[in-house]
Design a protein around this ligand. Structure first.
Ligand code: FCB
Length: 482
């Protein structure tokens, strides 16, 4: 059975969360609304009308959550700062109470020997900035840099690992394209402008981090997918080129190589806008050296140019089946069909392909051979049930976790510079447009009482890590292939 001892001793094991998904306390201590506060209250936007108003109430229970992580035995905890706590209007004065919360959290983690990894932006844009155009406006990138300067100056003595953005693909194409995420706009290919402004924001934020904290480690987190054609026809190969372009290359190439892929701008019909609005000086900022690349890995896409290829239509990256009501998250490539490959799926409808983790590591490594890589998110949603003894026997999630840990081991054995893995997620939480109906946690949350209870997957992770929650023989829970 694999344990952490089979990995290099400095390999980092952690869990990840995001502010709006867990914190609750949305009007405490000077916090003002973000786009997710607004969006979640739009009828029909989120399943069941759920909102993050209470979520896991982590804002008030963070000490309990830190203790849980210590029991699991993790080295690091990746969480995000809520911009609307730190700079509630998105510009102007800093709210010291907001910074103080994250200082308390960071110090509580450090007391338990857990390293804080901070994401500056995990989708909760202050609403006043959206009212001025949001990420479709270039100015938002400068506002993000200004907020970053406040955050790194306020917390830099206790946090030394920084991630600028989480998954700009989702912010741009689910937020401004399909509208499945906040702010819920339908701007077609203009959503690519949001992608550029997000990446510019990353570049400007990196500058702020470098100047305030020369010793800090900093980078961006992208959601990457292995993309395969459904057949060897030239049409399906082109469909795969398009989806790989929009999902992966549109972000990897500017960040790691300093240019936008021309074929993708052409597919989008945005070549001219980028020529006029994304000058080389922007790309120099965007591609300035990072200390690592964070990768969120969940699944693999199989795509076809023709709906006739398979009756089994799959779901896209938002976990949303292709639907006539919502515009596509792939502007200019609306006709591409996501098909099933027959592999098992999670409750999100995402196919399970642990080996495809190697594909996304390879595509990153190829572009930046020296760059350390981290899996900053990986996990799965299942229909959990609480047994009569109160236990949550989430065998599928445990197996998913074990198989992806094995994939990390294969990556390290192949010589890829993979330096850490963060499981998504510490505890069940607000899963964006799915509300509380999709549980990804290693720890179960009872939304009536807010009681936390480690699931079998959490116990397995503790066994793997040698954390205090491991079973007495030190092996944790075993699963079939480990
Ligand atoms: C990722 C998000 C994260 C969570 C997981 C399931 O796209 O970064 O917040 O929702 O998916």
């Amino acid at each position: 059975m694999l344990t952490r001892n089979d990995f290099p001793s400095d390999f980092i094991w952690g869990t990840a969360t995001a502010s709006y998904q867990i914190e609750g306390a949305t009007s405490a201590d000077g916090r003002l609304p973000s786009i997710w506060d607004t969006f979640s209250k739009v009828p029909g936007a989120v399943v069941g009308g759920h909102t993050g108003d209470i979520a896991d109430d982590h804002y008030h229970r963070f000490r309990e959550d830190v203790a849980l992580m210590a029991d699991l035995g993790v080295d690091a905890y990746r969480f995000s700062l809520a911009w609307p706590r730190i700079q509630p209007s998105g510009s102007g004065p800093v709210n010291q109470a907001g910074l103080d919360f994250y200082r308390r959290l960071s110090e509580a983690l450090r007391e338990k020997g857990i390293t804080p990894w901070v994401t500056l932006y995990h989708w909760d844009l202050p609403q006043p900035l959206e009212d001025r155009g949001g990420w479709l406006e270039r100015d938002t990138a400068y506002r993000f840099a200004e907020y970053t300067a406040h955050a790194v100056r306020g917390l830099g003595d206790t946090v030394s690992d920084w991630i600028t953005l989480n998954e700009p693909w989702c912010s741009a194409f689910l937020g401004y394209g399909s509208g499945h995420h906040a702010p819920g706009r339908h701007e077609g290919s203009r959503s690519a402008h949001a992608a550029h402004h997000l990446l510019l924001g990353h570049g400007l934020a990196m500058q702020e981090i470098r100047s305030a904290l020369p010793e800090a480690q900093a980078g961006i987190t992208l959601n990457l997918y292995s993309v395969r054609p459904a057949s060897d026809s030239p049409e399906d190969a082109d469909a795969a080129r398009r989806i790989d372009g929009l999902s992966n290359r549109l972000f990897l190439d500017p960040v790691l190589r300093g240019f936008y892929p021309e074929d993708v701008l052409d597919d989008l019909g945005e070549t001219r806008w980028f020529a006029e609005n994304a000058p080389q000086s922007d790309l120099d900022l965007i591609s300035a050296p990072s200390d690592f690349l964070g990768i969120n890995f969940y699944s693999r896409h199989t795509v076809s140019a023709s709906a006739a290829v398979s009756a089994e239509v799959s779901t896209d990256a938002a976990g949303v089946a292709a639907s006539v009501e919502a515009p596509s998250a792939y502007p200019g490539s609306e006709d591409v069909v996501f098909v099933g490959s027959g592999a098992a799926r999670t409750l999100m409808g995402w196919e399970i392909h642990p080996d495809a983790m190697l594909d996304v590591l390879d595509m990153s490594h190829e572009r930046a051979p020296e760059l350390p890589l981290y899996i900053t998110e990986n996990g799965s949603a299942w229909e959990d049930s609480v047994g009569p003894d109160g236990e949550i026997d989430d065998i599928e999630r445990t197996q998913y976790l074990a198989d992806h840990v094995q994939a990390c081991h294969d990556a390290v054995a192949r010589g890829l510079p993979l330096r850490g893995y963060f499981a998504w997620t510490l505890m069940d939480n607000f899963e964006w447009s799915w509300g509380y109906t999709r549980r990804f946690g290693l720890v179960h949350v009872d939304y009536e009482t807010l009681e936390r209870r480690p699931k079998r997957s959490g116990l397995w992770f503790a066994g793997f890590l040698g954390g205090p929650l491991a079973t007495p023989d030190g092996t944790g829970v075993t699963v079939s292939q480990m």
